[in-house]
Design a protein around this ligand. Structure first.
Ligand code: DGL
Length: 300
């Protein structure tokens, strides 16, 4: 592929944390980002509704010339990936499998079990697994490592992360943290209320498991990764905190292979609600200003 056009989809702003990781890895690509801000949060909705919204968004990105889709929303990846893949004839990368693999890699020195191949849902993901198989950690006889997955209610109820982790031989405990998305969107990333909420959630989680790694299974949580890490330390846990954004960007890069694209990155942003709010809030997630956002009406 010379200059790839990559569609990136999220229910709102959070997927910009994935785009943030993609930009330096695949420079010269044309990116089309769609945040379905009029219909977020997805994390509290049913599978049928999430799939309908996500498929509409995927079709829009494909109609705009996307040659590959990155489903940067954990909830849509967990509940609608198969529907999206059936709806558009281009490779689709979600965040769940890369996230689970990132957890496994973070645990490499501890991992005792032989990772098994999960059922590959597309040939592209299967290719990715083949590529990664060579770097999987060796077997040993240490204590089974555990992952704690923090995510939205819908993602947790789908058990997509647990299944992806178990397919790799990792034991996973999932915890829904529905209050964290609104706190992050409020900008309360370093706020006493957020720290109190984290303490309550993580106390509950640590009463159920002793994790070696905590995987942030929601696009918004990377913005409070430091507070999560600190709260874990305060509660006596030495678990490391990782997110799936970087691993997803690496998966996209692997799928694309070498590109000859050079020059400036171009980015077209669409939001289904206030473009001003998207540009303002989105710049916090992307880590740089978003100069132009177009309003898109996908219906109710
Ligand atoms: N983007 C969603 C996720 O990663 C969080 C926001 C929402 O619930 O829509 O799960």
């Amino acid at each position: 592929m010379t200059t790839p056009t990559i569609g990136v989809f999220d229910s709102g702003f959070g997927g910009l944390t994935v785009l943030r990781e993609l930009l330096p890895r695949i420079p010269g690509a044309h990116y089309i980002y769609l945040g379905d801000t009029a219909r977020l949060p997805y994390g509290a909705k049913s599978q049928a509704t999430i799939a309908r919204y996500a498929v509409e968004s995927a079709r829009f990105l494909h109609s705009r010339g996307a040659q590959m889709l990155v489903i940067a929303c954990n909830t849509a990846s967990a509940l609608a990936l198969d529907d999206i893949r059936a709806a558009v004839p281009i490779p689709v990368v979600g965040v769940i499998e890369p996230g689970a693999r990132a957890a496994l890699h973070a645990l490499a020195p501890l991992t005792p079990c032989h990772p098994e191949r999960s059922d590959a849902r597309t040939s592209s993901i299967a290719q990715l697994k083949d590529l990664e198989a060579s770097s999987l950690p060796p077997t040993s006889d240490t204590i089974p490592p555990q992952a704690l997955i923090l995510a939205t209610t819908a993602t947790v109820q789908s058990h997509a992360y647990r299944h992806a982790c178990e397919a790799l031989g990792l034991h996973a405990t999932e915890l829904a943290c529905p209050l964290l998305v609104p706190l992050v969107e409020e900008g309360w990333t370093d706020h006493p209320v957020t720290r109190d909420v984290l303490r309550i959630y993580l106390t509950e989680a640590l009463s159920r498991c002793t994790p070696n790694v905590v995987l942030l299974g929601c696009t918004h949580y990377p913005l409070i990764a430091t507070a999560i890490q600190q709260t874990l330390r305060d509660l006596g846990s030495q678990a490391s905190v990782i997110d799936s954004a970087r691993a997803t960007a690496a998966a996209v890069q692997t799928l694309l292979g070498p590109t000859t694209a050079t020059g400036h990155i171009t980015l077209s942003c669409y939001a289904t609600d206030s473009t001003e709010k998207f540009a303002h809030l989105g710049s916090r997630f992307l880590g740089q200003p978003i100069p132009k956002v177009e309003l898109l009406d996908l219906g109710g």
